[in-house]
Structure formats: C-alpha cells, structure tokens
Design a protein around this ligand. Sequence first.
Ligand code: GLU
Length: 419
Amino acid sequence: MTAYSGPVFDMAVKQFEVIADHLSIPEDARARLLMPKRAVTVSCPIHRDDGTTAVFEGYRVQHHLTLGPTKGGTRFAASVDLGEVAALAIWMSWKCALVGLPYGGAKGGISVEPSSLSRRELEALSRRYMQEMIPFVGPHTDVMAPDMGTNEQIMAWFMDTYSMYQGQTVAEIVTGKPVSAGGTLGRREATGRGVAHLVRRAADELQIHLSHATAVVQGFGNVGSITALELHNSGVKVIAVSDHTGALYRPAGLNIPNLVEHAASKGSLEGYSTELGFDPAEILSLPCDILVPAAVERVIDARVAAHLRCRILAEGANGPTTPEADQILGKRRKEIFLVPDILCNSGGVVVSYFEWVQDLQRLFWEEDEVMRREYQVLDRAFHEVSARSKREGVFNRTAAMAIGVERVRGAKDTRGLFP
Ligand code: GLU
C-alpha cells in the first residue's frame, strides 16, 4: 500500500514491473525509478454563484526531476484522485524520455465536474488551484499544460495568476496557452495531428492504403476530434465516433467536418443525429482498420482485447489498455499493430516543449515549422520503437516503455545518488 494505491496506479506499477523484468532491473533499483518524487494535495475554496463556499480537492504529482523540470497536464474531472494523477505523471516520464524531451513527468488535477461550474466559478477555481500550487511549480521546476476537462482559456488563467504573483509575465509557466497569450501555433492540434501522423506510419508498415481504410474513434474532445478530422483529410472513412453523451455509427462514413463543427458549438456530440445513434459500449469491437481510443483509461480490458477487430490500435488516450489486455494484445501482435499511448499521443507534449522553448527565447515559429519539427520527433521515436520491437521480438508497448525507462534509469545512474 502507498498513498497512491488504486486501480490506475496499480496499472502503472504492473506495466513498470513487466518492463523492469524485461530490462532485468534489480529489485532494489526499481522503487527509485517508479515512485513519484513529490506529491501535493491542496484544498481549493471558491465562492459559488449562490453565495455559498465550496472546497475542491486538487493534486499535483512530480514523478522525477532528473532530466529537467517536470511536465504534464492538469485534469478537471469528477473521477480524479491522487493515485490516478500519480499514474499519469509516471506515464508522462516514460513518454518524455521516449521522445527525447528534457523533462520528467508530472500531472495534476482537481476532482470536479467542470460542466457543473459557471464560467466565473471555473475561473475562480482555476486561479485558486494555480495560486495554491505556486510554492511547488515554476518554469524550471514544473510546467503545466491542458489535459481532460481543461483548455487554452484555463491555461491563460493559470499563467495570469502565476504572473500576477511574480509581478511580471511568465508565459513559460504553462503550455497549451492561447496564441494571444504566449502560446504556440499548432499546440491545440498537436496531439491529434501526431496520432494521425503515426497512424500513417503504421499504415505504411502494414501496407494499408488510407483511401481504402476505415477508422473508429472513441472520445471526441481535443484529441479525438482532431484525430478524426486529420484521418478524414487523409482519405480514411471514419465510420464511428463517440463521447460521454453517446456514439454515432455510419458504415458509409460520417461527415467529420460537420461533426467537429457541431461538437465545437454544442460542447459534445449530443443532438447531432438520432438515426446514427449506436451503443457506445460496442464501439471498440466494431470491425475497422484503425481504432483510436481517445477518451479515458482502462477501456480495453482482457475481454475487449480478445474482441478487437482492428489492424492498427492507436492509443490517443493515456492508459486505455490494462496490463491483462496487454497480455492478449501481445499474443495478437501479428494481427494488431499497436501504437502505444506514450508514443501515440506524445505530439502534445512535444509541441508543449516547443512552446516552452519559444516562450523562454521570446522567439516564435511559424506553424509549418512547428509541424515539421513535431513530425520529425515522432518519426524518430516511431522508428526506434519499431526497430526495437523487431530486434527483441517484443510487443510495441514493451519496446516503447523499455526505451523510456532505460533513458530515465541511465540519467539517474550517471548523475548518481545524492548525497
Ligand atoms: N496532457 C497531455 C499529455 O497527457 C499534454 C501534456 C503536456 O503538454 O505537457 O500528454
């Protein structure tokens, strides 16, 4: 038992144990690599619109500080707890190391359903959370970003709150800001563009022609919607999408640009069509070429894994697949090509890194420069993962995590143990 124990943290531990065994990491070296360096829980009180006071619990976990500042998103969701945030921080570490960023992993969150707050309450809570975090974060300590339930506006409030306390603008304290407040071009689209780019690479390996391919996307937030749009623009027929309000299925292909417009104006897929309605519980087992889980953790368990009927599984979400499901997918690896989460959704943090660098230098890039460099980083990581998986005869997740864990371990060993 640790302070983090819970289903999501346990999953991060099990995944790590598989890799630690694969890399023959001695037992006594494991906790130093796995356990988070710092965790903080804060109470965030706000005035509700009705004059009452409400208190929300907030968290931030910094996994390791060996390679530079920690980096990771902030999640606003009713289900958020310390263990989930810790697991997500650990995954950020393997992800940043895999794509070669000078960061450790972090994650934060508030246990709140953001749609239950008015805009004024959301601003008050966002600002109070950042204010409570001031002693623990900084542009060279820990840099926040968006995640589920947060967006560019919330990042702007975080940046403004931190800056007001410093007496000067510190744009580099968070990434994923609006371009008008020191954000970079291409950050909002970066994760979805990255997912679609890696799907194209996987399709090349399998010699799948995208103009003949079908896709199913679970989750229609920033990641799912942009991925669906990018795939659609690459000629893929996106046959089903879903979000927390329901699913839509059209074997002849959905009108993705219309759906993206609908979701942007209404906030979800709800109300788009009753005719196309489909059972969201069935979406992952639809036959398709490309399956993109881009919603929450642990949606692919052993039962679902046995019933997947896709050729490419591109994990847009963090932690969508349980370790039990991995055992099945490992056996099905000739049938299903996995683009594991820490690679698949890493375009977001890669472009966050570019935003941080631009803010530090006060020198901003054109969008095509951002995209070119993003794809260059993703191509290199994709190549390293696929080469290692072929060389060692392992599943892509094992290869990707092995690279990430090995790099963190190497940096820790080189720096040595203080004091
Ligand atoms: N929340 C995103 C992730 O899970 C982005 C993190 C970042 O940009 O720092 O990768």
